[in-house]
Design a protein around this ligand. Structure first.
Ligand code: NAP
Length: 438
C-alpha cells in the first residue's frame, strides 16, 4: 500500500486524488489535509457566489471524497500542527495543492491607506472565508476603482454593481449581501494598464455585464484599435472585444456605471487617512505589447480601491520557493524526489495563478503519473501514512474534522439558508466547529 498526503482540498487537490485513484486502484491511501474544517478551497471561497453552475463541480470532488481510500483531514494546519518534513516521514509522496490565496502586493505609494483592499480579501469577504469575514470594506462612497483586466476584476465589478434581487440563488454570505445592498457606490472604474486587445477577460463573463439590472458598462471607442484588427485575434478574445465594442452602444439609463478605462496605469493612492483618489498615468504600448507610461497623469476620485492583479502561493518553511513568480520552485510538479519519498506541487502552487478550474485536471493527472512511476504499487518502505498522522495529531491535541463532520457542517449551513439560497455559510472556524457540537 502506498500513502499519499495532499495538502489543500481545492480543485487541484481533488483532481490529483482522482488521478491517483485511477492509477493505483486500491493500492493507495490518500489523506487530504486542509487548514479549514471545510473542503473545496477556491470553489467555496474564490468562485463568485452568483456563478453556481461553476461551483457545482464540487459534486465531482464529493464522489472522490466519499471513496474508501480517500480521507479528508480538515482543521489541521501544516506548519503549526504538523510540518512538511514530518509528513514526508509518514507518506510516500506529499503533494502541495495549497493554491495561491495571497494577493500580489500593489506596491504603490499610498497603497497601505484604509480603503485599499486586494481581491483575495474582497472575494474572501463576500464568499465567507474565515480569514476575511471581518473585512468591512468601505461601501459608503460614490466610486470604486478596480485595478486589473482579468476575470477576477470582472467578478469584483459585477458583485459591486448587482442588486439584491440579482443575487437570488447565489450563496453570497448574508452580511456581505446586506452591506452591498446598502452601498452608495454608483461608479465602478475598471482600470487596465494595456488596451482592449490585451484584456484577460473571457467572453461569457464579460457578456454578463451587458445584462445587469441597475448597472451598465461603458467604454470609450477612442481606446480601441481599428475594428478590422479584431479579425487577427483568436476567437475567444475576438468575442470578448466584440462585447466591449457593444458596450459603447448600450443606453445610459441605469443608476450605476461600470466604466472601462484602458491604457490606465495606477501610480499612487492618495487621501487623508483613507482613500480619496487614485492617481493614474496614461500608457501606450511598446512593439512587444508592454505598457509604458506617457507622463500624462490624471486623478480618479474614489473611496475604495480593489486590486485584482493576481495572486501568490504562501511559502512554507523549508520548501524551495520562486519569489519572482510567487509559487513553489518545481520542475514539472516535482519539488524534490528520492527513493524514500517525494515532494510535489499541483495547480496554482505549481504553475502560478492562471487557467480555469478545469486546467487543474490535466495538471493533477500529470503529477499523479509522476508519483505513480516513482512509487509504483507495492509495499511502502515503513511509511505509516494516516495512522502515523492520527497518532501525531492526537499527541498534540489537534482534533481533525473528517468528511462526515463536514457533511454535518454543510447540513447546518443548508438548514439556515435564506430563501432561494443553497446555503448560509459559517464565516468563522469557531462557528463551523460549534455546528459539530464540539
Ligand atoms: P489575470 O487573468 O492574470 O489578470 C490580472 C490582470 O491584472 C491583468 O489584466 C494584468 O495586466 C493586471 N495587472 C497585473 N499587475 C498589474 C499592475 N501592477 N498594475 C495594473 N494592472 C496589473 O488574473 P486574475 O484576474 O486574478 O485571474 C486569475 C485566474 O483565474 C485567471 O486564469 C482567470 O481567468 C481565472 N478566473 C476565471 C474565472 C471564470 O472563469 N469565471 C473567474 C475568476 C478568475 P497585464 O495583462 O498588463 O499584465
Amino acid at each position: 500500500m502506498r500513502h499519499v498526503a495532499i495538502i489543500g482540498s481545492g480543485p487541484a487537490g481533488y483532481y490529483t486524488a482522482e488521478a491517483l485513484q485511477k492509477l493505483y486502484g486500491d493500492e493507495v491511501q490518500i489523506d487530504m489535509i486542509d487548514r479549514l474544517p471545510v473542503p473545496y478551497g477556491l470553489i467555496r471561497s474564490g468562485v463568485a457566489p452568483d456563478h453556481q453552475s461553476i461551483k457545482a463541480v464540487y459534486r465531482r470532488y464529493e464522489k472522490v471524497a466519499l471513496s474508501a481510500n480517500v480521507r479528508f483531514v480538515g482543521n489541521v494546519c501544516v506548519g503549526p500542527d504538523v510540518t512538511v518534513a514530518e509528513l514526508a516521514g509518514l507518506y510516500d509522496a506529499v503533494v502541495l495543492a495549497t493554491g495561491a490565496p495571497n494577493d500580489r502586493p500593489l506596491g504603490l505609494p499610498g497603497s497601505d491607506l484604509p480603503g485599499v483592499v486586494g481581491s483575495a480579501a474582497f472575494v474572501g469577504w463576500y464568499n465567507g472565508h474565515p480569514d476575511f469575514a471581518g473585512l468591512d470594506p468601505p461601501l459608503d462612497v460614490e466610486a470604486a476603482a478596480v485595478i486589473g483586466n482579468g476575470n477576477v476584476a470582472l467578478d469584483v465589478a459585477r458583485i459591486l454593481a448587482k442588486t439584491r434581487a440579482e443575487f437570488a440563488g447565489s450563496d453570497i454570505v448574508g452580511r456581505a449581501l446586506d452591506a452591498l445592498e446598502a452601498s452608495s457606490i454608483r461608479t465602478v472604474h475598471v482600470l487596465g494598464r494595456r488596451g482592449p486587445h490585451q484584456i484577460a477577460m473571457t467572453p461569457k463573463e464579460l457578456g454578463e455585464l451587458g445584462h445587469l439590472e441597475a448597472a451598465a458598462p461603458r467604454v470609450d471607442l477612442a481606446d480601441f484599435p481599428p475594428e478590422a484588427d479584431d479579425s487577427l485575434l483568436e476567437p475567444g478574445m475576438r468575442k470578448s472585444v466584440a462585447h466591449l465594442r457593444d458596450f459603447a452602444h448600450l443606453p445610459r439609463d441605469k443608476a450605476k456605471t461600470i466604466d472601462f478605462d484602458f491604457f490606465a496605469m495606477p501610480v499612487a493612492v492618495e487621501g487623508e487617512g483613507r482613500v480619496e483618489r487614485l492617481i493614474v498615468e496614461r500608457t501606450e504600448l511598446t512593439d512587444d505589447l508592454r505598457s509604458v507610461g506617457t507622463g500624462e497623469r490624471y486623478s480618479i476620485p474614489c473611496g475604495l480601491v480593489i486590486s485584482c492583479i493576481g495572486y501568490q502561493t504562501p511559502p512554507i518553511e523549508g520548501v524551495p520557493y520562486e519569489h519572482g513568480r510567487g509559487r513553489f520552485a518545481n520542475q514539472d510538479g516535482v519539488i524534490e524526489a528520492g527513493p524514500d519519498g517525494g515532494l510535489y506541487c499541483v495547480g496554482w502552487a505549481r504553475r502560478g495563478p492562471t487557467g480555469t478550474i478545469g486546467t487543474n485536471r490535466p495538471d493533477g493527472f500529470e503529477v499523479a503519473e509522476r508519483i505513480h512511476s516513482a512509487f509504483p504499487p507495492g509495499a511502502s518502505g515503513g511509511k505509516t501514512g494516516g495512522l502515523g498522522l492520527d497518532t501525531l495529531l492526537h499527541a498534540r491535541g489537534v482534533e481533525p474534522v473528517a468528511f462526515r463532520d463536514w457533511q454535518r457542517i454543510e447540513a447546518a449551513e443548508t438548514g439556515r439558508a435564506r430563501e432561494g439560497s443553497p446555503r448560509e455559510k459559517f464565516t468563522s472556524i469557531a462557528e463551523m466547529i460549534a455546528a459539530l457540537g464540539r
